[in-house]
Design a protein around this ligand. Structure first.
Ligand code: ATP
Ligand code: MG
Length: 385
């Protein structure tokens, strides 16, 4: 392995071994290490039952994360480690939940239920790599391939269909022919999956470096996950920065008149949905430099900054300069920051009513356009005009 393991990981593996149990690193961390990518976490699988694992770590903090599914989290030297008992999964009757989860003492059985060959390897610092399905070779060939028969695997659990696209987009792997054929053929089964799980995989996919290529080849699968979508723009997606989920989503959907329904159907946070819609709205807008303060007031600085990431360098620099200028001038970005308020207008003799709000809005606009300063006297004078 090109990586030395953190001490807490080695210690956890050896401690389980010392108690007579098998224990291995498994899944994403093994794949990433073989690819030369630093793993973001280390998952351990073991022959120990959850209670046995807890006994092995009786002297440290243990959290029963998902004990029904065999997972406990052990905090070793301040590092959380997920330790999961080897599992096999019973029949999938509904295409998304195994009808039973059984613990097993066999690593082979545990690896067999995993989705892709590159995700189905185990590693032990003394025993080396366990690679029953050619995962290492697939990494070398940059190939994403199901463990076992793709049709069966996607039928068992349709979420794997989107996981395939996500891993291909993340790793830059080609999808094996049989796996790819099954993706196209079984895409309709995505309707069995909850919107939340679809959204989580889709957004990770869109943020990944190779999402454009994947969408190009598997657009039909993408549309099966988002049946409300009427069009998506891969070229726009390409221009949005990698890793920026919001901009990638907004760019991809900006030309879809149905974008609002698409986003709603994903049941994302209100903030994410609103941010996306605002960016979609502004996507093609012509932004005049002198109107930057108006844009800042309308969108807020963070969203406007994000929007500028989608503009050509020269335009972006010009507009960023205007952002800095507007901030330096302490322009009032909200009506509430105006030097006068509704009560001042009424005191100046204007009749109360909805008209007051409109008047404040229009004063606000003039201040943002630098036609009048944000100054009490100047604003009152302007009203008298
Ligand atoms: P990441 O780097 O994104 O965390 P990962 O490979 O660790 O990648 P996870 O979603 O964290 O992916 O899942 C951990 C492991 O569990 C996978 O590597 C895979 O072996 C297995 N796995 C997860 N979800 C499924 C599934 N739906 N079907 C089969 N195996 C799965
Ligand atoms: Mg993981």
């Amino acid at each position: 392995m090109p990586f030395s393991l953190p001490q807490s990981v080695t210690e956890a593996l050896l401690r389980l071994n010392a108690h007579g149990f098998e224990a291995y690193l498994v899944g994403g961390c093994v794949r990433d290490m073989l690819m030369g990518i630093p793993p973001h976490d280390f998952d351990i699988c073991t022959s120990a039952l959850p209670e046995e694992t807890m006994q092995c770590f009786a002297d440290v903090r243990v959290i029963e994360t998902g004990i029904k599914h065999g997972t406990v989290t052990v905090i070793l030297h301040g590092e959380p480690l997920e330790i999961t008992t080897f599992r096999t999964e019973g029949d999938y009757l509904d295409g998304r939940h195994p009808s039973s989860v059984a613990f097993t003492r066999s690593l082979e059985n545990d690896l067999m239920r995993r989705d892709f060959t590159v995700n189905a390897m185990a590693y032990h610092p003394e025993k080396g790599l366990t690679d029953l399905y050619g995962g290492r070779q697939d990494i070398e060939r940059k190939l994403l391939r199901c463990v076992g028969d793709p049709t069966e695997r996607f039928t068992e659990d349709a979420l794997r269909i989107l996981r395939a696209l996500r891993f291909a987009a993340q790793l830059g792997f080609e999808i094996d022919k049989a796996t790819g054929d099954a993706l196209h053929a079984l895409r309709g089964r995505l309707s069995l999956i909850s919107r939340e799980r679809i959204a989580a995989e889709l957004l990770r996919m869109l943020a990944s470096p190779h999402a454009p290529q994947v969408l190009h080849l598997y657009g039909d699968v993408f549309l099966a996950a988002l049946p409300d979508c009427t069009r998506f723009d891969i070229d726009a997606l390409k221009k949005a920065p990698e890793g920026h989920t919001l901009l990638r989503t907004a760019s991809l959907l900006h030309g879809d008149p149905n974008a609002q329904a698409v986003l709603k159907s994903l049941k994302l946070s209100t903030a994410f949905t609103e941010d996306s819609l605002m960016l979609i709205d502004a996507y093609d807008a012509k932004i005049e430099p002198r109107e930057v303060p108006l844009w800042l007031a309308k969108m807020g600085k963070e969203r406007f900054d994000a929007l500028l990431l989608l503009r050509e360098k020269q335009e972006r620099q010009t507009l960023l300069k205007e952002v800095r200028r507007a901030l330096d001038e302490h322009l009032p970005f909200s009506v509430r920051d105006l030097a006068i308020n509704g009560r001042d207008l009424i005191a100046a003799g204007l009749p109360a009513g909805p008209h007051i709000g409109e008047l404040l809005e229009s004063l606000h606009k003039e201040v943002l356009m630098r036609k009048i300063p944000n100054d009490r006297d100047a604003l009152l004078k302007r009203i008298k005009e």
